[in-house]
Design a protein around this ligand. Structure first.
Ligand code: COA
Length: 635
């Protein structure tokens, strides 16, 4: 069936009556049981529940570099009490093991609820990552439209692989990965709620939608992207349609309804109820939610110099620049939004609840490659329906909500400091030549940079993939370790010999790589501790003292929130800090350079994205120099 558009309902199999379906997916239909996708998924192991004692020991180890000695002593006592024979820890562990045997993945549903759908800060900056692609070589409206048409065709090409289940299975460390996230990113949308949000995935409906939404000058359109025979529209056809959209949406004094999606989730939840009271509005919102994805044809952004181009493109992808620029030219609840400016800027923004960066980037890598190929298909000579404009009736109350959302968005835009840098001195090649994991090398450099700025270590989060397991999402690699602390403290000590520093560096890198292996094999501590706490909450048991301890709060206060998102395309993902006095650091290590996106909040006087970015560059260079100046025999 390759090449033929077949819509397949995606669902998680319920192999036995005990299985609870994943929150995001409907029970499987009979047609899917023999699917390649399901066969693959069924072959994946379930997420393990790590041994209680192992997690307790590792938790204490993880606290060592980030809490005071007396705090650690106190936590040690609490942990002993928690894990003692016949204690609360054992009871919670049994509860978790029971859940693991009754669900496809004991964590995934809780994780989506706790980390995303119950998280009430705006998705903009606080949750949804942006992605900056290399600047394309068009500089006008015509070029913008032509590129956008090609990009849509590229996404539809990728969608065909999803629909036909011909996506190649991915591997990490030689192990096959869960492919579920690919089935969650198209035709899906987050829906605001009063206390918690939800996600709808229309790819799984019996009549999946055949349209995308396009937004231009804050005005939304439904664009059908399939011909009546089921073939996708060609780039030429899409070009014609996008031109029609642009000419029927001139710059005008329209209310930027999309800005509502930038609001605090509780406020947006309330505003949403109000917005969709009107039938026309409800239909328009539903068309956006059901669409395959959203394409944002952006207006101008503030002019910047070539040096700061990438940082300003990152801002455009992350939040649109504020209400006077492009923040209203979005529907941030939409899982996938492609963003194209007239000046060659392009990228994406995605709502994080259904997926991590790597599947999004794999899709985008495919699309970028597709846009570089010449068009192979001739356009059919059939008249195309005019794209349908979506209307909104703006009542005074809705207008008030829009004004409020604008105000908050502009405050947030003012607050965010974003620096994208290309570290051009080396990439994965140098650590590899020194027989070191490049990711671990970069993480240790981040630790050194932070220590040089603050003279202390901080709780550091790096995402580790749990996709070796069915419906796996992420766990945390705690990059601040005792080994990294020893290295960073010694590095600028004048009395230390280089050979000793190299030993400490090698240890730190090894410790990081070892934690990575622990994390990707489902044996890290953070999701396990969360799971134990969730059992206590669900079983209405008193919350054990280890979770109300200040050390636990410190461990979760990630001043460095980091993630590696590698890609074939020379791009970089970006996100905001997760705490008010912290940094968001996303990086893409290429062979001979590394793209970094570093963010912080201007309202925090202690942080500065530019300073950390410079400190990371310095740390990477100094670590290379150290390795080069120290005789190899010592390695
Ligand atoms: N000597 C020489 N080469 C080495 C090496 C060593 N000691 N250790 C690793 N390498 C090589 C690897 O073989 C690999 O080679 P490749 O470039 O040919 O693929 C390369 O260096 C990269 O390995 P490493 O830097 O160790 O990282 P990784 O690719 O294993 O990735 C994680 C580590 C943590 C990023 C990855 O396991 C992961 O979990 N990724 C998902 C993160 C995620 O979900 N992010 C998004 C959140 S939104």
């Amino acid at each position: 069936q390759k090449g033929v558009l077949v819509q397949v309902k995606v669902g998680m199999v319920k192999p036995c009556g005990l299985m609870k379906p994943c929150h995001l997916v409907k029970p499987v239909s009979a047609t899917r049981v023999s699917g390649r996708y399901l066969t693959h998924q069924r072959g994946l192991p379930g997420l393990p529940v790590p041994p209680l004692q192992q997690t307790c020991e590792r938790y204490i180890g993880a606290l060592e570099p980030i809490v005071e000695v007396d705090e650690l002593k106190h936590t040690n006592e609490l942990v002993d009490e928690f894990q003692k024979a016949g204690g609360i820890g054992e009871r919670l562990q049994r509860g978790l093991e029971k859940r693991a045997s009754n669900t496809e993945n004991w964590l995934s549903e809780w994780w989506v609820q706790v980390a995303y759908l119950e998280y009430r800060l705006p998705v903009v900056v606080h949750s949804s990552p942006g992605l900056v692609l290399p600047r394309m070589n068009f500089r006008d409206k015509q070029g913008q439209i032509r590129f956008a048409a090609k990009l849509i065709a590229g996404v539809l090409d990728f969608k065909t692989m999803i629909d036909n289940e011909t996506l190649p299975v991915e591997y990490l460390g030689g192990k096959p990965l869960c492919m579920n996230q690919y089935y969650e990113v198209l035709s899906s949308c987050r829906i605001p709620g009063l206390k918690r949000d939800s996600i709808v995935n229309h790819a799984k409906s019996s009549r999946p939608c055949k349209h995308i939404t396009v937004v231009h000058n804050f005005q939304f359109f439904v664009l059908d992207v399939y011909n009546s025979d089921g073939t996708p529209l060609t780039s030429d056809q899409l070009c014609v349609q996008l031109e029609r959209i642009c000419s029927s949406s001139p710059q005008a004094d329209v209310e930027p309804v999309g800005i509502l999606t930038t609001h605090h989730r509780d406020s947006w939840g309330k505003a949403y109820v109000n917005l969709i009271k009107d039938k026309t509005n409800k239909e328009s919102v539903s068309a956006i939610q059901r669409s395959i994805f959203t394409l944002c044809l952006d207006g101008a952004m503030p002019r910047v110099s070539d040096d700061t181009y990438r940082s300003s493109a990152a801002v455009q992808m992350l939040h649109g620049g504020g209400s006077q620029w492009n923040s209203g030219n979005r529907w941030f609840d939409k899982t996938l939004q492609f963003i194209i400016g007239e000046d060659g800027t392009c990228g994406a923004n995605y709502e994080h609840a259904p997926a991590e960066g790597p599947p999004i980037v794999a899709l985008i890598d495919h699309v970028v490659e597709y846009t570089r190929k010449p068009e192979m298909v001739r356009s059919p000579m059939v008249p195309l329906h005019m794209p349908r404009k979506l209307h909104f009736n703006i009542t005074p109350e809705i207008k008030k909500d829009i004004e409020e959302a604008k105000h908050h968005m502009n405050t947030l835009a003012q607050d965010l400091d974003m620096r994208v840098i290309v570290f051009g001195h080396f990439g994965k090649n140098v650590p590899k030549a020194h027989k070191m994991s490049p990711d671990a090398f970069i993480q240790v450099a981040l630790q050194l940079a932070y220590y040089r700025m603050y003279k202390c270590c901080c709780a550091t989060y790096e995402s580790a993939s749990l996709r070796m397991f069915r419906l796996g999402r992420t766990d945390t690699i705690r990059s601040a370790s005792s080994a990294s602390a020893s290295f960073v403290k010694a590095f600028d000590e004048p009395g230390k010999q280089n050979t000793e520093k190299v030993d400490l560096l090698v240890n730190a890198v090894k410790a990081h790589r070892s934690y990575t292996n622990i994390a990707i094999s489902g044996q890290a501590i953070d999701r396990h501790l969360l799971g134990l706490k969730m059992v206590a909450i669900e079983e209405k048991l008193p919350i054990p003292a280890i979770f109300t301890d200040t050390a636990y709060a410190k461990a979760l206060h990630y001043r460095l929130s980091t993630s590696q998102v590698p890609s074939k395309t020379d791009c970089v993902m970006c996100f905001g800090p997760v705490v008010s006095d912290g940094y968001g650091v996303c990086y893409n290590p290429m062979n001979d350079h590394i793209n970094f996106a570093v963010s912080s909040f201007n309202t925090c006087e202690e942080t500065s994205a530019a300073r950390l970015a410079r400190a990371v560059e310095g740390a990477l260079l100094d670590m290379r120099t150290l390795l080069e100046q120290t005789p190899r025999a010592k390695l």
